[in-house]
Ligand binder design. Structure first.
Ligand code: V47
Length: 396
């Protein structure tokens, strides 16, 4: 942070939090509330950017991945969801193992490193289906990392198959499961659970299963879907629970704040969070979750350009290239379904950051793997270059 930025943050009234940030002290829930309601969003972003650059320098991560949603049949009945169907609806579907293989083969020309698969809570699917799908993925691409099935889906499998979540995860791990995506956390409070997603596990079970996954060696992510019925206190409670669990296990990789998309849901009367809300939630996440290495600006939700701005509000990761995504597109997302690697790199470079291709566990890969392996400042922050200036640079 430059002395000028420090003075600006102090003058905005955030001097006490700045002091804690510079001393590496943990922020309290009251600090979190100040960050949420403070009128100077840029000052909040400057604080988050300081922590982000201390951890990651100028690096911004991305992954070449493919999303597959294996079924939209779901019995949970969440009010915020535009994706789910009942088994009787005409557009309900379950992908067969062969369908999943076909979807992967359609993209064999791309160097995809990760399959991200999630779907509805579909009680008709046997354990063998999930195991066969994972094995099929490994058949098509032996080196692919399978990040699949949310903690909610795992809890439902455990109930349906009369197994413990631990045994379900062990069986999926044996089949080739590599990690668990962060979905299904929504807002980890009783109030949000009662109002929005009574058909799914509550926050106690979600946290417990996440910690069990970590103990089995499965890394997980954690989302927070905000901008519906929750209060700011509930968002901060959500972050406190994640931070406490992370203190115990260290197994979370990334925090992913997801702005609620109301279109085609039972909450379609609600307004959609603004781009400013999206940037603020990235920043508050970065500052409150001091033990999370990565904050993801999920471009497919935020649009590529808001996610790009997020790289200066605490985010260090844009997720992946994503081939066909249904959950947000059914709820009104206007982002494209996919961006190519050159576009992803361009998006990061335009923001003045250094693109680093990663694997699912945040190891640099490809050309980035050749970078010197030292501390978080290994790649120094690149200066923000105006696009026009770069385009006008003299040709060698
Ligand atoms: O659990 C569903 C959310 C999640 C809506 O781990 C909605 O890397 C907003 O988990 N408006 C699924 N949000 C997606 C998910 C995810 C996404 C990107 C990366 C990772 C990761 C995980 O999407 C659901 C729910 O919280 N969601 N409907 C909606 N209408």
């Amino acid at each position: 942070m430059t002395p000028f930025q420090e003075r600006c943050v102090e003058r905005s009234g955030l001097g006490a939090i700045l002091g804690k940030v510079l001393a590496g002290e943990r922020l309290s829930a009251a600090d979190g509330m100040t960050l949420y309601v403070h009128p100077d969003l840029l000052a909040v972003g400057t604080l988050a950017n300081e922590v982000r650059e201390r951890r990651h320098g100028g690096v911004a991560y991305y992954i070449i991945n493919q999303h597959i949603n294996h079924t939209n049949i779901c019995v949970a009945g969440c009010k915020f969801c535009a994706f789910y169907r009942t088994a009787r609806q005409s557009d309900a579907y379950v992908l067969s193992v062969e369908d999943v293989e076909r979807r992967m083969r359609e993209h064999l020309d791309k160097p995809i490193r990760e399959i991200h698969m999630v779907g509805g809570v579909n009680p008709e699917l046997p354990l063998g289906y999930y195991q066969d799908v994972i094995r099929a993925m490994k058949r098509v691409r032996p080196d692919v990392h399978v990040k699949a099935f949310t903690i909610v889906e795992i809890a439902a499998m455990a109930e349906n198959f009369a197994m413990t979540p631990e045994d379900v995860m062990r069986r999926l791990q044996e089949a080739g499961l590599g990690s668990i995506p962060g979905g299904g956390a929504e807002i980890l409070t009783d109030h949000a659970h009662q109002v929005l997603f009574r058909g799914k596990i509550d926050h106690r079970a979600w946290i417990e299963i996440a910690k069990t996954a970590h103990r089995l060696g499965l890394r997980t992510n954690a989302t927070m879907m905000y901008g519906h019925v929750e209060t700011l206190e509930e968002r901060l409670d959500h972050m406190r629970l994640l931070r406490e669990a992370q203190d115990e296990t260290g197994g979370f990789m990334a925090f992913i704040p997801l702005a609620f998309h109301p279109e085609n849901t039972r909450l379609s009367h609600l307004p959609r969070p603004s781009a400013a809300d999206e940037l603020r939630n990235l920043a508050v996440g970065r500052l409150m979750l001091d033990n999370f290495a990565h904050i993801k600006a999920y471009w497919i939700m935020m649009t590529p350009r808001v996610a790009q701005a997020g790289l200066h509000f605490g985010a260090d990761d844009l997720d992946g290239t994503v081939v066909t995504e249904e959950i947000y597109h059914r709820a009104g997302s206007t982002s494209p379904q996919m961006i190519g690697v050159p576009e992803m790199i361009g998006l990061i470079e335009e923001a003045g950051r250094t693109p680093v291709e990663r694997d699912s566990l945040y190891n640099p890969v490809g050309a980035a793997a050749a970078l010197p392996p030292s501390g978080p400042r290994a790649v120094s922050p690149s200066p923000v270059k105006p696009i026009a200036a770069r385009e006008m640079a003299p040709q060698a």
